[in-house]
Ligand binder design. Structure first.
Ligand SMILES: [Zn+2]
Ligand SMILES: [Zn+2]
Length: 138
């Protein structure tokens, strides 16, 4: 075992800490009125987003900022930048294009989009949905 190999128990602890950090950021942002926790999130669509992110990490097709290493850490992703994962410091790289009015779920152009964030273990995924996708019964 070399110095760069983490003990599996240490790795599991770091993963748990990163996941706890992600969920803490989400709930504290909501407490401060900076985020809305979607009480009726589009579960199937979000599950497919989570699967795509996991696959991109495993296939090494994900584009990561230079600060993301092998150790589990809090990662940020946005549905409008598929395959891009960044650390907190590189969050501006996920900024949407200024005049982007495309709903991330139905890909229609909408006059109003509502942004939400979902936590998949250590990944925080931002997404923006049109009114139709938000009000749609799921
Ligand atoms: Zn970074
Ligand atoms: Zn939509």
């Amino acid at each position: 075992m070399n110095a760069h190999t983490l003990h599996p128990v240490a790795l599991a602890g770091q993963f748990g800490a990163a996941a706890a950090h992600a969920s803490h950021i989400l709930t504290s942002a909501a407490d401060q009125g900076r985020a809305i926790i979607d009480t009726n999130p589009p579960a199937e669509w979000l599950a497919s987003q989570a699967t795509a992110i996991r696959a991109a990490i495993l296939n090494r097709t994900a584009r990561c900022c230079p600060h993301i290493g092998a150790a589990p850490q809090l990662l940020h992703a946005a549905a409008w930048h598929p395959g891009l994962l960044v650390c907190l410091d590189c969050l501006p790289a996920l900024d949407p294009v200024a005049d982007d009015t495309t709903c991330d779920r139905c890909h229609c152009s909408a006059s109003l989009l509502t942004g939400s964030v979902a936590a998949f273990c250590p990944v925080l995924l931002a997404y923006a949905l049109c009114d139709d996708c938000i009000l749609e019964p799921r």
